[in-house]
Structure formats: structure tokens, C-alpha cells
Design a protein around this ligand. Sequence first.
Ligand code: ZN
Ligand code: ZN
Length: 360
Amino acid sequence: MPEQHARRRARLAERLGDGGFDAALITRLANVRYLSGFTGSNGALLVTPDAAALATDGRYEEQSAAEAPDVERVIDRNTVPALAALAAARGLRRVAIETHDVTLDLREELAAAAPALDLTSLGAAVEELRAVKDADEVALIGECCAIADAALAGLLDSLRPGRAEREIAADLEGRMRALGADGPSFGTIVASGPNSAIPHHHPTDRELAAGELLKLDFGALRAGYHSDMTRTVVLGPAADWQRELYALVDAAAAAGRAAVSDGATAPDVDSAARSVIEQAGQGERFMHGLGHGVGLDVQERPWLGQSSDDELAAGMVLTVEPGVYLPGRGGVRIEDILVVPSAGAEARVLTGTTRELLVL
Ligand code: ZN
Ligand code: ZN
């Protein structure tokens, strides 16, 4: 939707004016995509208050014309220096760059290509804009969630002792593709038995055994957008300690979701869930932040954690994913995706799989 990209660029241009910049030189590909619609693997975008120029190489000549018909296009393999030269040629001086993305090498190339430019930092301005989703983005993330839900529903019946983590991960990813995903959001996590106590375990040849926890953390990628969900199940029968652990994490997740609201601070939302786990004496065993935004990146702003200074705003889409990990025994994480509601409304949960403990 060209109008949508133009609206986003206008919002960025407002910030440029506020910061006294003449232009922004966007190099992060997800940000280029967000502001122009261009999905190729080599591209950069120059945004001024009233225009934009997209640079890419010859492979993407047709694609860029189709995806970003409303911006000027520059075909040059050295996209970023080419746009810097263009900016200088047009008399622009104060150009903001994405200093969290630009390497020292590229910085030097820019200085060589356009010595007259006064390069300053844009900060994470585009990521901040991206944090609040428009309705189309929420719908796309919802589609990714629905694909992941359906893939898991199909997988559950087939989970039996003897199947290996690695093979289950491939199965889940195959199911998501068959349901319309372009691929998985990230390398699918399948963690069985004691491996479930490792928060970001990589699937191995370990085989499932009866009576074990099985943690599945995965998502679908479609049209550039991601989903992210964790469910922990038990290959029956479930032991009391497993049920207790699950109930604790489930209660923490519910408290976290309830704290997600317009204007809430990231540490407060994190604390809402964390305090439930701390009160049960397991605070040390929840060693990651509560969640993160989801969108064109599978992890993006806002960051939910004690050290984050992000504040939630209506329309943000984020995960709530507390976990408790008992080394050598097993761990439980429950992760859902929510849309931050406007004041007085209730948060919409996009992940649809039940949070009841599934004993298979
Ligand atoms: Zn996850
Ligand atoms: Zn996550």
C-alpha cells in the first residue's frame, strides 16, 4: 500500500523536522521495508520532508518499481554511498543515519562519497514508529499466529515417546509452511525433559520419553511479519511438581497479560509477572525479560524487562512469556502475543492455543 508507506514516511519526516535534520538515510532493511514497501535484500532509503529515494541494485529493478512505485529509485549496487551523494548533490546537509546499523567501514564510505554532509544519529526513530502497529500489521501478525496455532494442533496428536527433538522441529516447520507460512519466524525450539530447563535450547537428537515436559517455542513468518508462541506440554502422566510448576508460570503469565495497558511502563509489566514467581521462591529461575514486541522483526521494541525504559502504547503488539527453569529437571514457559489495548479496553490475545496444561 503506497499510501500507507507515505503516511509512515510523513511521521518520520515530522521527527526529522523536530530534530533539525534535512533528511534521514535509512539502512536497516526492515526499516526500509516499513517505510517503502521494498522487500529486497539490498536497499537503502533517503527520506526528506517531502520526498524519498530508494536505492537498490540491478537485480531488484523491476521488483522495486512494483513494490515502491511512489518513490524515486536509484539503481546502484553501493546503495548507501549513492544516496549520500544524491543528498549532497541536492544541497541537503544535516543527514541522520541509523548509527545502530552503520558500520565504521560504511561510515567512512559515506564520508568519502559525500564529504559535505553533516552526519548525525537518527537513533531508533523508525523502530519507535514501528512499535505501534496499524490495523493491517495486526491482521498480518494474527495470520501468523493462526498458522502456528493450526500447526501445533496438527502436531500434538503425533507426539509420542521415541520422537526426536530435531525431527519434531522439522515437522512443526513443515506444517507451518503447508499452512501458508513463508518459513519459521526463527529456529524452532523443541526442548524435552531436562532440556526444557534451557531457555533457548537448540533441538538435538534426544528422544522424548514418557513423563517428561516438552517445551515448544516457535512462530510463523508470512509477508514479512512474525509470530512467536511457547507452549509446554507433558508426555503423560504428569507429576505433581510438573503441574505445580505449570500452574505457577500460568499464574505469572496471567498477571503479566493483565498488566499490559496503554501507558504502563516495561518494568511494571515485567514486575507484575515476576513478583508471582518471586513469591513462590523461584525468582532466580526466571532469568530473562518478560517479553518483547513482534512485527517485521521477531523481537523488536518495546522490550519488557526491568532495564527497559519503554512505555506501552495502544496498538503495540508484544509477547508475554514468563518461564521457570529448574536445572536438570525441566522448565515451563508460556508465551502469548497481545495487542496493547486503548485505555479501558481489554487486551486482545492473538495466539489462540489453549493455555491449559496439555497432558498427551
Ligand atoms: Zn518465543
Ligand atoms: Zn518471544
